[in-house]
Design a protein around this ligand. Structure first.
Ligand SMILES: Cc1cc2nc3c(=O)[nH]c(=O)nc-3n(C[C@H](O)[C@H](O)[C@H](O)COP(=O)(O)O)c2cc1C
Length: 344
């Protein structure tokens, strides 16, 4: 079974749902000595199978398939739906009139998605937003697949250890994308990555993968010094030429405008961190539907903004270190990160 000690470079390219991970990106990272990942949260089984098969044809290195642990969600009441639709219809956009009200099932069936994984087994399977069932962990282990789960605090970390999973992704508040906290209604301690890594190294015996705001080799060295077995970096790979990132999204990551990153629930119904834009500002304190119904509802807005090259109405998920983004092929970025680590 996969172990972090076998990596030539202790870097996991983060799973990033929404078409950003490509077979070319994952394979290039794995071929350069790290782990290449896919965020398959919303992906259909046939596409998962195709992506995994294509990646395996490009690399024998370690691949990670990542899924969300969706909580059951009820259809919104008429009143809740009306207020969420009202909030979106007030946006200065034509597409708001074309919004389609999502119907059940609100998220893909994990069992079906996993059939594609078992048919094209990756080395690693990871989960965000909670624990997978013990039966699932057992199935993965019986197939020689190593299992990891994201934690945002010590309690989640110890629950992951008890579940029988093999490693913990310590997601600090600096991280881009969705906050992996198990209970989205619980008070979030918002621990910075370094504090969380130290707490998890002390409280558990599992390997810890540090995630959140890491963009340079020096920063990787710092996380490893705290006891992390590896790091998980998402934003740092978004401007690699192999990534599925759109031209507008890349421009925003590389722009010298100096916009802040903020957390918003406006796009999906769960807190996620990205570069601040008009949508986030206008949706502040506005009613939203539960995750992931809000994500489906805002889909046409984000899609249209993408077609229009409009950065103001699409989700520009990014960690707090995004200003250090570098635009280069994966092989070059991995070399630069390695040489920076050596200087640490
Ligand atoms: C665009 C984007 C999408 C993400 N999607 C996922 C996902 O599908 N699954 C997951 O476990 N983490 C996801 N994350 C979070 C990453 O796993 C990781 O915590 C984060 O990238 C680390 O912070 P950084 O972006 O500053 O490197 C995403 C992050 C980004 C930037």
């Amino acid at each position: 079974m996969f172990e972090f000690s076998q990596l030539a470079v202790p870097i996991v390219q983060a799973p990033m749902a929404g078409g950003l991970n490509t077979p070319q990106l994952a394979a290039a990272v794995a071929n350069a000595g790290g782990v290449g990942s896919f965020g398959f949260a919303y992906t259909r089984a046939d596409k998962i199978a195709a992506d995994l098969a294509k990646t395996r044809a490009l690399t024998q290195g370690p691949i990670n398939a990542n899924f969300f642990v969706f909580q059951p969600v009820e259809s919104p009441s008429k009143k809740v739906l009306a207020s969420a639709l009202q909030a979106l219809s007030e946006l200065p956009l034509e597409v708001s009139g074309e919004l389609v009200i999502p119907t059940s099932p609100f998220f893909p069936d994990l069992e079906q998605q996993l059939d594609a994984v078992w048919a094209h087994p990756p080395e690693i399977l990871t989960f965000h937003f909670g624990l997978p069932s013990s039966a699932l962990i057992h199935s993965a282990h019986s197939k020689g697949i190593c299992v990891g789960v994201s934690a945002t605090n010590k309690e989640e970390g110890t629950a992951i250890e008890k579940s029988g999973a093999d490693f913990i992704v310590a997601q600090g508040i600096e991280a881009g994308g969705h906050r992996g906290i198990f209970d989205p209604l619980a008070c979030d301690s918002e621990l910075p990555m370094a504090d969380l890594v130290k707490q998890l190294v002390d409280a558990t015996t599992l390997p810890i993968v540090a995630a959140g705001g890491l963009m340079t080799g020096q920063e990787i060295g710092g996380a490893i010094d705290l006891g992390a077995a590896a790091v998980q970096m998402g934003t740092a790979f978004l401007c690699c030429e192999e990534a599925g990132t759109s031209a507008t999204y890349r421009q925003m990551l590389l722009s010298k405008e100096g916009r802040n990153t903020v957390y918003t629930s406006g796009f999906s119904g769960r807190r996620a961190q990205g570069i601040e834009n008009q949508f986030i500002r206008l949706m502040e304190n506005k009613p939203t539907l539960a995750f992931p119904i809000q994500n489906t509802l805002t889909g046409p807005i984000r899609k249209q903004a993408n077609v229009d090259n409009d950065p103001e109405y699409q989700s520009l998920w990014a960690g707090r270190g995004y200003a250090k983004s570098r635009s280069m092929p994966v092989s070059e970025l991995m070399q630069v990160l390695q040489s920076e680590m050596e200087q640490f």
